[in-house]
Ligand binder design. Sequence first.
Ligand code: SF4
Length: 285
Amino acid sequence: MQRGGGAVAGWLDGERCEKTTGRIALGAAAISFFLALALLYLRSTNQIPEQMELGTWLTSGAYRIALNFRADAPGLALSLVGSYFSLLVAHVCVPPALQALLSTPDNRMQGLLAAGHVCAVMGYWEYQPIVESFHVPIVVTGFEPVDILRGVLACVEELERGEATVVNAYARAVTREGNVPAQQLLKEVFEPVDLAWRGLGTIPLSGLGLAPSYRRFDAAERFETAGLVSSESALCRSGEVLTGRLDPRQCPAFGKECTPDTPLGATMVSSEGACAAYYRYRHGQ
Ligand code: SF4
């Protein structure tokens, strides 16, 4: 905060002939910052949904400008435009990761379910070259149980027909093009970077970093984190789980050293992870 305040003050110093404008800008930045902070707190404690409309900014004729808040990548990008704080960015891009996984010599994946919430923003046009290159069907799938079943069914039908296309089984939320304004905003604020994936290693251009014009918000640069290194548990075999080469139950640490309360790898951390799902539904095996 101190450094952030100093930088803002530095910008204002550069506009001595515009003191009033500078004070208004500083006040607006502070209000945006504290508003974003309060909303992030409410979201983290589940007091508000992931997306909500805060109200109407103004109406003019047929136009209405609404104030919305989303606690995802586009939402953070919007917050960045209006407020001043540091971001430790860890967003990932799905298509480069899929290409890397499908390119592994011992790949066993025959079909993929694409996450519907990602496709609601990004669309599914990026998957077309992947199904053509690897001849593996990709089905855009929602998260309700019936959506998952519909996605699995569509994937099995593709395989039985010997086809490999992109199927949209979540048409009520996803279009081929996706949310174009959100994509443009992401493009403005972020740029592709190489990213180290837990269990998989570094995949070129599979992550998002802040674009040069927004890099002053980057916590990794601002707080000098370059020397920090993360390490993975030697017991964890999540890379094999992620590539379909290992059933989570075959991992010696499954249910012992590694549980959802004491996760050793990414696939046990997330409730959507394969290891966590096998652990949760292990009863009755
Ligand atoms: S059970 Fe735990 S340790 Fe084993 S692969 Fe899964 S996340 Fe890694």
